[in-house]
Design a protein around this ligand. Sequence first.
Ligand code: CU
Length: 133
Amino acid sequence: MLRAVAVAVAVVVAVVVAVTARLLLAPVGTSQPAVVVVEARPNDDPEVPFVFDPEVVEVTAGTTIRWTNRSRTFHTVTFGPSTGERVANGTFEGSMFEVGDVIERTFSDAGTFRYFCQPHVAFMAGSVIVTEP
Ligand SMILES: [Cu+2]
């Protein structure tokens, strides 16, 4: 009888320890990082020698996008249509001159923000899709 109680107590203790450990080790929340990096990088395709990678990012409002130049080429992040005729809409523009240069923008409002690179307007474009947190 005493042995059965001892085993039962041991099982309860083991379960409590396991559940506590799981709670302690679980990531805090499921929110994404506040900064998301999009690289402007060279590409193997000679028809498309530079790309924004990832081309489309989906984030929650409040997130900062950090475009980072991973090439030795000048690029811009110019807001405007990323498909069809690409013309700056005047809402945002930034330049990255050298390797390692960054452009940052924090997206406070939900919406779809399309952009392209002025010097590589024919093929270099992307989108930021911002949803409510
Ligand atoms: Cu470019």
